[in-house]
Design a protein around this ligand. Structure first.
Ligand code: PLP
Length: 494
């Protein structure tokens, strides 16, 4: 299977090359040139096997330049060895009138682990396959969760260095601690004075700076990305949509062939887009509900066809969704329009004017598959409290945003198909916000908050978070956004 740029130019490459490069040479994102098709028998074959087997089957459809042995080894290293705190890896739970898909049982307690435990494995294999002689420098801009998950995945990987930029003051205390205590001889973590979009634009600029890339080449480095613009980040996420569907069948909630809906708390549009790939492959999904926080640029886009990032940026209690430029939307627009030239035009308009208008036709096609709503912080907190009071289940703020949007969808459409709410973080990662929502006073110490939440929640706190107490701070670097290139170069020279 070949991968091509969303912007219509550049040559077609196989999966290994797409994963190493991260971004296509014309600035677009790699997309598969054809979508593999599955049938009811394929889904049936997933029902009685474990997550690792499901992952092997789904991944091999897209990574057809990898041998079965290579895929098996990648999957076992990513999801085996009790790196996840449950053998189910991505369990489903019934909570009130919906099914919750828990994607936060990995080592860093957020859904990013689902992809970032696998990406270093598929990238390592790709380096061997393509006989890459350079070292790879992974550059990451993070709104909180990607950074730690990427660090945990790539720490001490051979032939790879990783550098993470996060917005100073723009991540939760726990998220910051997770990153700045990261060990490993190949890792660097730097705070940027600005918000997430500043950090992400800075990283994108470095990728697009030909002269700087040449300079890195002389030091025997090439850049790659662990952000969800990398195809290697998206493809592992397709698996859990299939896995959830298979679990819905095996638990008797549905029959094979029944359609279900998913609500996804969305920022960069990577998670929900993976679900859309599953649907394009033939997974019986009705609608995807795209849930945003007060940074509701996607809600407006899905309702109007107009994307406009020229608006106030809000810091919310769901920081991993504090995003105004949603990179993976570009892939959706490509698949919906099938027109790289058009996508290029929209992206150029976005870069130049901060906005673009897709027109009625595209808007209507998008609306066939997607519905959107958002929750501000007040709504989000109310949702956490209501769900806890009525069920005892503790939602993290991101999942609470999704819960709200799912119920807005169900009540305004009367769509009775089963709803799966995708849960993207352990509530313990955001203990202070969750406790406040539950009307409990919290002091400034994140570990006191963790303990206080644990006293109320029947689910214990993840070990990875509790063990951060007393861990040594290893990364205290901070820079302005126009200093990021310098930071990268001095890390390469180190
Ligand atoms: C990254 C993240 C999201 C947003 O996912 P996208 O793939 O960027 O849309 C939502 N919730 C949490 C907890 C996250 O870490």
């Amino acid at each position: 299977m070949k991968y091509r740029s969303t912007r219509g130019n550049g040559e077609a490459v196989n999966a290994a090359a797409a994963i190493i490069r991260g971004l296509a040479s014309d600035g677009g994102l790699f997309v598969p040139t054809e979508i593999p098709h599955i049938d009811a028998g394929f889904i049936e074959s997933l029902v009685s096997v474990d997550y690792l087997s499901r992952a092997k089957k789904v991944l091999s459809l897209f990574l057809d330049d990898y041998t079965d042995g290579e895929i098996a080894s990648c999957v076992e290293k990513a999801y085996g060895n009790h790196k996840f705190d449950t053998d189910e890896i991505a369990p489903i739970k019934s909570v009130a009138d919906v099914t919750v898909l828990e994607l936060w049982h990995g080592p860093t307690s957020a859904f990013k682990d689902m992809a970032l435990q696998l990406l270093p494995q598929t990238m390592s294999v790709a380096l061997g396959k393509t006989k890459e002689s350079h070292e790879v420098l992974i550059l990451v801009a993070t709104s909180g969760d990607t950074g730690k998950a990427a660090l945990a995945g790539f720490a001490d990987a051979d032939q790879i260095k990783i550098m993470v930029f996060y917005p100073d003051g723009g991540v939760s205390q726990m998220q910051r601690l997770q990153m700045v205590t990261q060990q490993g001889k190949n890792v660097s973590v730097v705070a940027v004075r600005g918000n997430f979009d500043d950090a992400q634009s800075g990283v994108k600029k470095i990728f697009g700076d030909a002269e700087f890339n040449e300079k890195l080449g002389k030091e025997n480095f090439r850049l790659s990305s662990a952000n969800s613009i990398n195809w290697g980040r998206l493809v592992p996420q397709i698996v859990y949509y299939f896995s959830a569907y298979a679990d819905m069948i095996s638990s008797g909630r549905i029959k094979n062939g029944d359609e279900i809906n998913f609500t996804v708390p969305t920022g960069n549009f990577g998670n929900i887009l993976a679900g859309f790939y599953a649907k394009m492959m033939g997974l019986p999904v009705g609608r995807f509900v795209c849930a945003s926080n007060e940074n509701n640029v996607l809600t407006d886009f899905i309702k109007s066809g107009k994307y406009d990032k020229n608006r106030k940026f809000y810091k919310t209690i769901s920081p991993s969704m504090d995003i105004l430029i949603s990179s993976n939307l570009e892939r959706l627009l490509y698949h919906i329009s099938n027109d790289g030239e058009k996508v290029r035009g929209w992206m150029e308009s976005l870069a130049k004017n901060g906005c673009y208008d897709c027109g009625e036709n595209i808007k209507n096609k998008v609306a066939k598959y997607f519905w959107a709503d958002y929750a501000d912080d007040v709504k989000t907190s109310e949702t956490i409290k209501e769900v806890f009071d009525s069920t005892g289940y503790v939602l993290d703020p991101h999942t609470a945003v999704a819960w709200h949007a799912a119920h807005a969808y169900m009540s305004s459409t009367n769509d009775a198909r089963p709803m799966v709410v995708v849960s993207t973080a352990s509530p313990y990662k955001f203990s202070a916000s969750v406790l406040e929502a539950l009307n409990e006073r919290v002091d400034d110490d994140p570990f006191a908050a963790l303990a206080a939440l644990e006293a109320r929640n029947s689910v214990p706190a993840p070990k990875g978070l509790a063990s951060l107490r007393g861990a040594r701070i290893l990364h205290e670097d901070i820079c302005d956004k126009d200093e990021m290139e310098n930071k990268v170069f001095s890390f390469v020279k180190r």
